[in-house]
Design a protein around this ligand. Sequence first.
Ligand SMILES: CC(C)(COP(=O)(O)OP(=O)(O)OC[C@H]1O[C@@H](n2cnc3c(N)ncnc32)[C@H](O)[C@@H]1OP(=O)(O)O)[C@@H](O)C(=O)NCCC(=O)NCCS
Length: 290
Amino acid sequence: MKEVLRPYRADDAERLLIWRNSAEHRRWSFHSREISREEHLEWFSRFLTDSRRIGFFLEIEGISVAHVRFDSCENQGILNISIAVAPEHGGKGLGSKLLELALGRSEIADRASLISADTFVDNQASIRLFAKQRFVQVGTLTRDGKEFITWRKPLGKDIQRYPLILLGDTLRVSKLGGTLKKFSAKNFLIVPPSITTRQALTAHFPGLLEWLRVSQVGALFLVDSSLSGFCEEWKTLFPDGVYDLGEAGLSVGDCSQISTRAIDQIASLAFQKRSRLEGLNFPREFFPAT
Ligand SMILES: CC(C)(COP(=O)(O)OP(=O)(O)OC[C@H]1O[C@@H](n2cnc3c(N)ncnc32)[C@H](O)[C@@H]1OP(=O)(O)O)[C@@H](O)C(=O)NCCC(=O)NCCS
């Protein structure tokens, strides 16, 4: 059986419209209304000329059986997946094959440090598909009354390498730390919330500020709005800036949202700094002996 993965072509427009408007695909789409031909053609021609986005078809013996689309997101360095198998070819392993082949393509690695996907909580085929490709389930959110799972898969080692400092409420920081560990990211320090001044930080991690100054990377993530009063001082200390989850409009209580948004922010920074991250590890003495 000859399998070929090929990028979208202009003459795919008709096939994509038919699949998109099929009952099966609309059922699992956030926008489930039928799409008009005019709207579809306009969208597809914009897609093909946008170098940040890319899509592929899987062909078996010359027949197009499935496609996957990678859309750019608000955060640079993240691509969001939409995947669909021709309704008559579902359940034959083609979705899994397509995803595996597409994720290995250099066009994807060049554009992103993180792949994101959202699946409705009852879309079993899709859930199994992403779990099998080792996407990590980061949280569960609700949009327009529909509950969905947020999946993320790091590409390459950018996120693992990115030096990161987490400060804030213990529960939320440890949840975020748990997600980072699932991504095999170990290059992060957790600062206890009692440390709120430059002097206390220096006493806790001697040499940290100097290391950050020299390396020119390192973000601080605040996950507890009660600490945001110290933000102005922290902002002067961290070259990549302070990402204040309170300012980002996230409710302190929502761990799912915080983890998802924070992971996206980390991935975006890691992507922008990727050329400088090689070998940039926090000195071992910053980590408590285990
Ligand atoms: C999701 C979709 C792409 C999966 O493609 P597929 O080729 O049918 O999936 P595969 O045959 O590779 O199977 C993937 C897994 O899902 C399971 N699966 C397939 N169809 C299923 C179904 N109808 N119900 C439950 N599980 C199903 C398979 O058993 C397999 O799991 P396993 O490897 O643990 O056994 C396809 O069903 C589809 O196009 N759905 C409509 C669009 C959609 O939901 N897209 C996802 C949103 S991004």
